[in-house]
Design a binder for this molecule. Structure first.
Ligand code: NAP
Ligand code: 3JN
Length: 337
């Protein structure tokens, strides 16, 4: 089996740390691992497959001997260093928004559009976490009944914002329970015991960039501009696991039991839908898992061909690191790396 020199850029972050775990769990054929981060982390150690490895500062020369680089250090780092890595012969799987809508860059969820990988020119983009878990459920239903419109509201965990936000929720929760004042630093308002209808930046339309990512990325991944999508992205005081309430209208009638049967067959999707037994997907149960969970599948009686669904996934795994490793696995098996 071919083994690869692998770099993880952003190795100290919430996504990067999950990436290392997933690479180990999947027994990915890593010959050598190069953990990269900012100058702040240079010289610190981390453990991969039981071996202590020193973190290096990400710079163009770091990619000289690298075959495959996973990027999870933000858009600016991807914009400046991903082309440098490609120039030096590496294939890049990028977790940021930097290249997602670039027509020359495949935007891939392996269960949905693996064929897009065939045309890659060195960089493959991993979609936004909220998009990934949504298209995992939409695609099989679209193939059967053609989705005309999607209305989605998200309930996104703080781990989507990174390590500092995880710490902020922990600190604020204990401060509030102890009756102490809280000082928001990462979010504009207190996140503990609160709900913020604000993820990423607002634009002149009144929508946030996170909401637009869900709209634009879904059209690209599903190769279909005809599906009307509108999104409201909300941050909730959950550590791990994004949830989504999704309403769809289809061209052909799809009964809840038909949708349930289609989704039960869909790779990477698990149906958890037995309301009489109080069984439905929960972020606490999705955390640490690679699958996308769907339940509360029910008819929308307010329209002719409508369905409501509740979809939950671990945002750091299927929403980021696991999807990225799946892309790399697929590149390997298809001889594209
Ligand atoms: P995080 O926990 O804050 O970690 C940020 C990581 O980036 C750290 O390893 C940090 O290194 C590194 N970094 C920051 N500036 C750098 C620089 N100039 N050069 C090299 N490394 C640098 O954030 P996260 O949650 O892991 O997210 C990281 C990025 O992944 C996000 O900005 C986003 O682009 C992407 N992401 C994608 C999804 C998705 O939906 N697919 C989800 C979450 C995040 P230090 O520790 O040295 O500062
Ligand atoms: O907030 C979340 O739940 C997901 C966050 C994703 C994210 C965070 C910072 C920068 C992204 C992303 O993946 O779109 C980015 C970015 O790359 O723009």
């Amino acid at each position: 089996m071919k083994t690869l020199n692998v770099a993880v850029v952003g190795a100290t972050g919430a996504v990067g740390q999950t990436m290392l775990k997933v690479l180990e769990e999947r027994n990915f054929p890593v010959a050598t691992l190069l953990p990269l981060a900012s100058a702040r982390s240079k010289g610190q150690n981390l453990v991969f497959r039981g071996e202590t490895t020193a973190i290096e500062e990400a710079c163009p020369e770091a990619f000289s001997d690298i075959d495959l680089a996973f990027f999870s250090a933000g858009t600016d780092t991807s914009l400046s260093l991903a082309p440098e890595a490609v120039k030096r012969g590496a294939v890049v799987v990028d977790n940021s928004n930097a290249f997602r809508m670039n027509p020359d860059v495949p935007l891939v969820v392996p269960e949905v559009n693996p064929e897009a990988l065939r045309t890659h020119q060195g960089i493959i983009a991993n979609p936004n976490c909220s998009t990934i878990q949504m298209v995992m459920v939409l695609k099989p239903l679209h193939d059967r009944a053609r989705i005309k419109r999607v209305v989605v509201s998200t309930y996104q965990a703080v781990s989507g914002t990174g390590q500092e936000a995880i710490a902020e929720l922990r600190t604020q929760s204990s401060q509030i329970l102890l009756g102490q004042p809280v000082k928001p630093e990462i979010y504009p308002y207190q996140i503990a015991f609160n709900v913020l209808p604000h993820i990423d930046v607002f634009d002149e339309t009144g929508y946030t960039l996170e909401e637009w990512k869900m709209v634009r990325e879904t059209a690209k991944i599903m190769s279909d501009e005809t599906i009307a999508i509108t999104a409201t992205a909300v941050r909730v005081p959950v550590m791990y696991g994004h949830s989504e309430a999704i309403n769809i209208e289809t061209e052909k009638k799809l009964l809840p039991e038909e949708a349930r049967a289609i989704l039960a067959q869909a790779p990477g999707v698990v149906v958890v839908d037995d309301p009489r037994e109080n069984k439905y997907p929960l972020p606490t149960q999705a955390a640490g898992r690679n699958e996308v969970f769907v339940g509360r599948i029910r008819e929308d009686f307010s329209t002719r061909n409508g369905l409501n669904l509740w979809v939950v996934a671990d945002n750091l795994r299927k929403g980021a690191a696991y999807n990225a490793v799946q892309i790399a696995e697929r590149l390997l098996t298809d001889g594209l790396l």
